[in-house]
Design a protein around this ligand. Structure first.
Ligand SMILES: NC(=O)c1ccc[n+]([C@@H]2O[C@H](COP(=O)([O-])OP(=O)(O)OC[C@H]3O[C@@H](n4cnc5c(N)ncnc54)[C@H](OP(=O)(O)O)[C@@H]3O)[C@@H](O)[C@H]2O)c1
Length: 310
């Protein structure tokens, strides 16, 4: 498995990670299946696992903790996130203590601010100062952020004096690419790794759903990607992905994820509900789309119009 730097942290991570939000009622995967998914991904060379205190109100962190126990702490890079409501100095220290406990570790490798909080309006300086304290105490090895625009990244970085922002976790997949405009160039220039969440567009890019076969229940009920008109649009992309997949002896999710890893800066963290999915997703690395295949995907993207108010 190819390894890459996690920004300037000195931590090396696998070319792809695995997301563990699936161990929560939002997705409804069975805990033991998610543990096996993480374990299988690890056997195949994946060392980065992502969770958050908010996933199942801590449940997902507990499940990741079980997987770490099975796999061994030294072999895993554990990334979790602090919720937007816990960004005040004292609250953040407490939230970190709770996450450490649930994960069953002494140190979190990557501690990320889940999103810049729009409701509490907590000064970022306070949050960054709390994170630097945890970093200095050895409770976290590296500081990351998530869903930060360039203006947020700049402010966050300007508040730090002893540590760096090493990563920004953002929504990025072959259908949803807004981050290409500003965030990716900024992160590239400043050596901030981009972790791509929803790299399979929550399964819209798995190839198994269509206009008349949409997923039901859980988090996707509220995701406008899965409306009939949008699924109709996405079908244009799926046709191309299917064709490329069959020509290369790959699967649709593998092609969609390979499109992301084509950019050295980007580390997708696909969520897996079981070991079959995690194994398939690992097969997205170690090969490269040809320029012609890449161009076909770009052309399909240009023909798609998604309506988020549908
Ligand atoms: N920072 C943030 O704000 C944020 C937001 C969202 C997610 N995340 C992180 O990013 C991770 C991934 O994002 P996500 O969970 O939203 O979406 P995703 O990775 O795009 O999609 C995951 C879903 O796709 C399906 N799937 C995965 N692999 C598959 C395969 N090989 N074949 C067929 N179906 C497959 C599974 O659902 P079904 O089998 O039910 O179809 C799975 O639950 C999360 O686990 C979480 O760690 C972060």
């Amino acid at each position: 498995m190819e390894m890459v730097d996690l920004g300037k942290s000195g931590i090396r991570i696998s070319r792809m990670g695995i997301g563990a939000w699936q161990a929560s009622s939002a997705w409804g995967a069975k805990d033991e299946d998610v543990v096996r998914a993480i374990s299988r991904a690890h056997e195949l060379g994946i060392n980065l696992v992502d969770t958050a205190e908010t996933y199942g109100e801590g449940h997902s962190e507990g499940v990741v903790g079980r997987a770490i126990k099975e796999i061994g702490r030294d072999d895993m890079v554990v990334a979790t996130k602090v919720h937007g409501a816990n960004l005040r100095y004292e609250e953040l220290q407490k939230a970190c203590r709770r996450s450490l406990e649930r994960l069953g570790v002494k140190e979190i490798d990557l501690y990320q601010v889940h999103w810049p909080d729009p409701w509490e309006q907590i000064p970022l300086k306070q949050t960054m100062s709390a994170l630097e304290k945890l970093h200095g105490q050895g409770k976290i090895r590296a500081i990351g952020v998530s869903n930060f625009a360039v203006r947020d990244l700049e402010e966050a970085r300007s508040c730090l004096s002893k540590a760096e922002i090493v990563s920004n976790q953002v929504r990025y997949n072959v259908l949803q690419r807004n981050v290409q405009e500003e965030v990716l160039p900024y992160c590239r220039k400043n050596d901030i790794r981009v972790l791509a969440w929803s790299p399979l567009a929550q399964g819209a890019l798995s190839g198994k759903y269509g206009v008349d076969n949409r997923p039901e229940g859980g988090v996707r009920d509220k995701n406008s990607l899965f409306t009939k008109p949008n699924m109709k649009q996405i079908e244009k992309m799926l046709r191309v992905l299917r064709d490329i997949a069959s020509g290369r002896g790959r699967t649709v999710p593998q092609v969609a994820l390979n499109w992301l890893v084509r950019d050295e800066l980007v580390t997708p963290i696909p969520g897996a509900k079981d070991p079959t999915q995690s194994e398939e997703n690992v097969g997205a690395v170690g090969w490269r789309l040809t320029d012609t295949e890449f161009e076909r995907i770009e052309k399909a993207y240009a023909s798609i119009s998604l309506d988020y108010l549908a």
